[in-house]
Design a protein around this ligand. Structure first.
Ligand SMILES: C[S@@+](CC[C@H](N)C(=O)[O-])C[C@H]1O[C@@H](n2cnc3c(N)ncnc32)[C@H](O)[C@@H]1O
Length: 247
């Protein structure tokens, strides 16, 4: 099993215990910003492609079409092409190394900024890739999300990953975009189901570590997670924010 496959499987397990989705919120933001028209869309960290395809489908029902460009360092073309439109442009690369000869109407990064080195520089790069009149959308966990709080408890404050609130502050401080706002996506995480299975604990550890490694095999982290889960309710808040800014 490849490393990214382990991660995708963990996400699948965890998703069965999630409620709440950013899809409709994202579609609303795009519809509020653009009249129905063909849109050039860059999806950074496209993953399996399911997430962006769900959004594009909803846009298509509302009269939009999309020229999709998707990149991911762990891209599995076979998997992504099962989900996205045939004519999508796919690139197996980190965003840090990606180059484009065109700009986009929408540059989107859903749950992928965590993994980047030099986030302020990557925010600048995202902004440069948006054409005037376009928009940037970034989804990340918020500091109030149970998964983020579990991450801090298990891996320690020193290993803590960036939150939506911190990225919003960086965008504002760098004056990169206009009208930056945080759209809250509140969902739930059904911990009683996850706590009850080995697979559930592995999935939580893999996802909160935000790494593609076998972190769940390290007993010290598993013990800390089991202890931390005891103090959480059966249904815990899962809170993501979508950052939206205009150029
Ligand atoms: C949590 S998944 C999100 C996938 C998809 N966007 C979604 O919302 O379901 C994060 C993705 O970011 C990708 N990624 C990791 N490092 C990256 C980088 N430096 N540049 C772009 N994408 C990266 C991973 O391979 C992974 O597919």
């Amino acid at each position: 099993m490849t490393i990214s496959k382990t991660y995708d499987n963990a996400l699948d397990v965890l998703k069965q215990s999630f409620s709440g989705s950013e899809c409709e919120l994202w579609v609303d933001e795009v519809r509020n910003h653009f009249i129905p028209q063909p849109l050039r869309i860059l999806d950074i960290g496209i993953g399996t492609g399911e997430s962006i395809q769900k959004r594009l489908l909803q846009l298509s029902w509302n009269g939009y079409s999309a020229d999709l460009h998707g990149l991911d360092p762990n891209l599995c073309v076979e998997t992504v092409t099962r989900h996205v439109y045939d004519d999508a442009h796919l690139y197996k690369t980190r965003f840090e190394e990606a180059t484009f000869s065109q700009t986009f109407d929408v540059v989107n990064a859903s749950q992928s900024i965590y993994y980047m080195q030099n986030i302020p520089a990557m925010l600048r790069k995202m902004t440069q890739l948006v054409q005037p009149g376009g928009m940037v959308t970034i989804t990340l966990w918020s500091q109030h999300c149970s998964l983020y709080q579990l991450q801090r408890t298990v891996f320690g404050a020193g290993a803590t990953l960036v939150t939506a609130e911190q990225v919003a502050e960086q965008l504002v401080q760098q004056h990169l975009l206009r009208d930056v706002k945080l759209v809250s996506c509140k969902g739930q995480l059904n911990l009683s189901r996850l706590r009850a299975s080995e697979q559930g604990l592995d999935a939580i550890l893999t996802i909160i570590s935000r790494k593609f490694g076998d972190v769940f095999l390290i007993p010290q982290y598993r013990a800390k997670l089991e202890k931390a889960l005891l103090s959480l309710p059966d249904v815990a808040p899962r809170i993501n924010y979508m950052l939206v800014g205009q150029k």
